[in-house]
Ligand binder design. Structure first.
Ligand SMILES: C[S@@+](CC[C@H](N)C(=O)[O-])C[C@H]1O[C@@H](n2cnc3c(N)ncnc32)[C@H](O)[C@@H]1O
Length: 218
């Protein structure tokens, strides 16, 4: 259950809290994952990408399952995360990928430089007031026609609770609002809806970048 409100912590403090918690709990989290529970979604994403696509995995965690699966499909994986511990695991688990410390609210990548962006079980660790910014960054780095896949909680939430014994942020708007934001950024929706995987329900969106938000005519 989410108990504490977050309005007393700054965004930087929340980010440090999440990174520190994942440094501590990373191995336990990784070892309890049901790693094949989203194989169908990862395969669907892969099928929408060109061969040998350049793909950003935002909040890549241990690299398993997402970056590992997609790397085995022949895609060039670039993972970013704010936890040193998770990045270290990811580089070992996915030797062909490249894993870099970076916050998904501030991507240090060129415009139109990825064929795909995937961010699973991660956006909800960032205060939802930042989700517009994250979507705008994902849109900016995707090529026109590039594919976005994200998921989040299936209901409105905003607070801190314990996760594997450590403090963790959980924050997202209700699915309808997230869907509206994704559409506003010039994405065409391929699929959206709640999916139950491994006994958990998440809200998923698969979308394609239609145009540059600032230049709708291109
Ligand atoms: C629940 S894990 C999921 C990892 C992976 N996507 C997966 O599905 O296995 C969430 C990950 O997001 C990372 N994360 C949280 N906030 C982040 C941020 N602002 N920028 C980049 N990564 C972040 C955490 O450090 C953690 O490794």
């Amino acid at each position: 259950m989410i108990k504490k409100k977050t309005n007393k912590k700054s965004l930087a403090e929340i980010s440090r809290m999440v990174a520190t918690s994942y440094d501590i709990i990373g191995h336990d989290y990784h070892s309890t994952r049901r790693i094949h529970k989203i194989d169908a979604e990862l395969q669907k994403f892969s099928d929408l990408l060109p061969l040998n696509a350049r793909v950003l995995d935002a909040g890549s965690g241990s690299g398993v399952p997402t970056s590992k699966y997609l790397s085995e499909q022949g895609h060039q994986m670039i993972g970013i995360d704010i936890s040193d511990g998770m990045l270290e695991m990811a580089q070992k688990n996915v030797p062909d990928g490249r894993f870099v410390k970076m916050n998904m609210t501030d991507l240090k990548f060129d415009d139109d430089s990825f064929d795909g962006v995937v961010s699973l079980f991660a956006i909800f660790h960032i205060p939802r007031t930042q989700h517009h910014l994250i979507l705008s960054e994902f849109h900016r780095v995707l090529k026109k026609g590039g594919i976005l896949v994200i998921n989040q909680g299936a209901f409105d939430m905003d607070g801190i609770s314990r996760f594997f014994g450590e403090p963790m942020m959980w924050s997202n708007y209700k699915p309808e609002k997230t869907l509206t934001m994704v559409k506003e950024y010039g994405f065409e929706i391929i699929f959206e809806g709640n999916l139950v995987r491994g006994g958990e329900t998440q809200y998923w969106i698969f979308a394609r970048k239609k145009y540059d938000k600032k230049k709708k005519s291109n």
